[in-house]
Design a protein around this ligand. Structure first.
Ligand code: NDP
Length: 321
């Protein structure tokens, strides 16, 4: 008699967002393993700020693995304006997911942190161990403290209950299915939308800030592939940074010019220096990733931006904006 293989249920919270959609497309393309069933949640399946809704979701799907992406996220300006909401909503969501993962005996929980929650005054490059070494930049302290507590609690759940919870630290993420809102979105989708409008209305393309800050960007498909690898093969409560190499850091001006090229925008490009720049840089080291996956090849910024612009143009009517 053949032994039946145990079926894993991988539940992705925030499955309708930028990273969640990239994971779904990656799994559809490459195929789930024969022992995995994938479930992608959006806020329509329940409000993860509510303990009752969260328990009902765990009861319904009985996940063995959880990739936890759902969060209240936004760009610099939204973070500055709503620190209370960024803190409270993320704390509620994360507490519900972690505690239900413990109660429902989830074998692996992978949550998402961010490089923008690291200490403001620090040395570079930032490594995973420096997360709690000082206060975050004041612009996003609500979001940052809520996210930092995921790491604290991953260690506490491992010590007290033996849970296999870990976290990923991505740098700035971009790609198809992003939120292209100019007011509330992140830098690349915001620039793509602005450049689109400048081209359509025959106006200058105005970039907020000086264009000098430096950032590392990771293409959503690359992050999806690496996240699935973390879920299957990285078993340590300590976070792991998933980022391009330090040499791949680019200025906001470089990014804006890549958008101009991809959009074939021929008008004037201006920088509005009356707008805040945020942190000058937050270079992250990916030594841990490189020690485990030395040969991984990231998508180039030029190709990633071209694919994001092509997606935005093809899906303009339905894109989040
Ligand atoms: P998105 O904003 O694209 O998606 C957010 C997701 O969370 C959506 O699926 C949304 O559902 C869901 N969600 C939000 N609030 C709730 C709620 N109360 N209950 C249930 N679901 C909810 O996020 P990203 O894909 O960009 O980000 C994924 C993770 O990566 C987040 O944890 C974020 O903090 C982190 N991160 C993101 C970075 C980036 O550059 N984007 C950078 C670094 C970290 P719905 O679609 O129904 O609203």
């Amino acid at each position: 008699m053949s032994e039946e293989k145990k079926q894993n249920v991988v539940m992705v919270t925030g499955g309708s967002g930028l990273v969640g959609t990239a994971i779904r497309k990656y799994i559809e393309e490459t195929g789930a393993t024969s022992v995995e069933t994938w479930v992608y949640l959006s806020s329509k399946d329940g409000d993860l700020r509510s303990r009752e809704d969260t328990e009902a979701i765990f009861e319904k799907y009985k996940p063995t693995h959880v990739i936890h992406l759902a969060a209240k996220v936004g760009g610099l300006f939204a973070n500055m304006a709503q620190k209370v909401e960024f803190f409270r909503e993320n704390i509620l969501i994360n507490d519900n997911i972690m505690e239900c993962s413990r109660i429902y005996k989830v074998e692996k929980l992978v949550s998402f942190l961010s490089t923008c929650i690291f200490p403001d005054k620090t040395t570079y490059p930032i490594t995973e161990t420096m997360l709690h070494d000082g206060p975050p930049h004041p612009s996003n302290e609500g979001y940052a403290y809520a996210k930092r507590l995921i790491d604290t609690m991953n260690r506490a759940y491992a010590e007290e209950y033996g849970c296999n919870f870990t976290s990923i630290i991505p740098t700035n993420i971009y790609g198809p299915d992003d939120n292209f809102s100019i007011q509330n979105g992140h830098v690349i989708p915001g620039l793509i939308h602005k450049c689109y409008l400048a081209k359509k209305n025959n106006e200058p393309f105005t970039i907020w800030g000086s264009g000098t800050p430096l950032r590392q960007f990771v293409y959503s498909r690359d992050l999806a592939e690496l996240t699935v690898w973390v879920m299957r093969e990285y078993h340590d409560p300590a976070p792991i940074t998933l980022s391009v190499d330090e040499a791949e850091e680019v200025s906001i001006k470089d990014v804006a010019l890549a958008v101009v090229d991809a959009m074939e925008f021929k008008g004037e490009v201006k920088f509005d220096t009356s707008k805040a720049d945020g942190q000058f840089k937050k270079t992250a080291a990916n030594h841990k990733l490189r020690s485990l996956k030395p040969d991984y090849k990231f998508t180039s910024m030029k190709d990633g931006i071209q694919q994001s612009v092509d997606w935005f143009l093809a899906n303009y009517e339905t894109a989040r904006k």
